[in-house]
Ligand binder design. Sequence first.
Ligand code: SF4
Length: 588
Amino acid sequence: MEINLTDGNVEEHVCEDDVLRALLGGRCLGVALLSRRRILADPLEPSSPVVVSVGAMAGTGFPLANRLTMVFRSPLTGTVAWTQTGGYAAYELARLGVRALIITGAAEKLSCLLIDSKGVSLVDAEGLRGCGAMETCSRLRQAYGDCRVLSIGPAGERLVKISTVVNDMGRASGVRHGIGAIFGSKNLKAIVLKSGKHDARKPHDTLRFARLIRKLHAKMASSNLLNHEKGLFAVHGTAIAAEAIGENHALPVQNYRRTWHTAFQEVGGHMLTSTVLMTRLTCSTCPVSCRRETLGKGLRGEGPDYAQISSLGTNCMLFDLDEIAYLTQICYEHGVDPIEMGNTLAVYADLSERGYVRPKLGWGDYGAMASLVERVADKEEVGEVLAEGAFETAKSFGDADAAPSVKKISIQNADPRAEHAWGLVNAVENFGGAAHVWVYPQLVKSFQSLGVETIHDDNPDAEKLAERVYVKQTQVAVLDSLGVCAFSALAFTWQDYAEGFTSFYGTVLEDDFTTLGEKILTMERMLNTLYGFSEDSDKLPKRFVEEPIPDGKHAGEVCPLNDLMRPYVKIRRDIGFSDMLSCLSFLS
Ligand code: SF4
């Protein structure tokens, strides 16, 4: 469905099963639709499109298939970008029979896009101007009843480059790259999805699909990570990563100056479960329930996930879950990406300590951090600089090397000097250094202590490691296009996903998963080339490759990026060429 917000024109196109067979949905469909337009305008120009697309399996009943993807050119990085969000929005859009929305233009006034069984309408939202993202969601739910809402806060309205879109009161983890500013540039306060009694599509082979679902539920029940009652990950949430990564001395600490701290257990999953946790939440068709609702300093809301714990928390030397939960809520309400915000504040505290900036921010000063989040959302005083993200903040104050950023977005979750495969994937990701450890758990050596099978288990050399990182990237690209939560890969096999697609749609994919993954990565690289990026952009900040870890288990280590890049680039060049030809022929 193409929606032009400038003139209100809506065009519907039938999405044949051929498109699904070739492109699945989610990330692949979104990137293909963006590629076909080849628009070079500034990302915040109204003509720049954002594609909101449903993963192929989302809304089918396949376990953990609930991802909605937004694909656009990022105002923060200038690269192609995609954000994935779980919850129930993808399910709702799939029930409305919509595979993708291509949104261009800008509404005359601040507006909401309402999509329901009657069609598409643009509703005046001037009354919501300045409202927090969660307040917006709750007011729209009061107005429209049972619906799903993607909303922005004041930061998005003011085109803050680190603003986010909040999905249903707080599901914004991983929604980075300034998507809030993209909505803001289109005068789009929210998208409201209301399927009502719309019938969902039925499986082609009901019995076969039901048999598969039973099998997958049995796999999750026997997983020591995903079992709802006993699984380490299910019971303690993503925050369990703080324990594994902290134990292995691979944590981001003090703006990545160090990789360990004695207090790491204070922000781990066990501590979260026994302190700030109010209740466990889930996404559609997921028995795992890794999402957390917490109470932080009297504010109740979703999170923090490990991503916020390691950015607003450990990287800012804040080891108090009550305060981290509070800061996470403040970020969501203002519509600011808590991950980039945390890492930007860590840069600012680092520069403060070294005398580069005023007013100063002390390490772990959560009150001052909270007021800086507000300054960012309002683009006031120093907030105007911080609103540009960690890289621009460091550069503006005279020390660009202080930012842990790749292609202007900060690395999260783990230090590449202690986690080398993590360094490589962040250097080469097409959307910059924004990979998430729980999307790539097999790349993180620290997770061996949680029982995750990682790519390091047989001590591979640099060549094998590089090859495995490339293969994992292709697999994640496919999962993002199927719309299945990445945690499913801790229990499911590739045959399971293929069986799900075939039994539901009654057809087989045009390509095998590896080829499709390679096509997705190639299309993204082609877009990045158009946007002015080259292989030279695939690098890590100096600190990770030149400054050894000062102390702890990995003292003296740097990330051997050059050793890993050589074989990686060779693989990518060899495969990428034939892919590029097939992508070009498809896109034409
Ligand atoms: S595992 Fe967690 S993030 Fe994934 S679908 Fe389930 S609740 Fe959502």
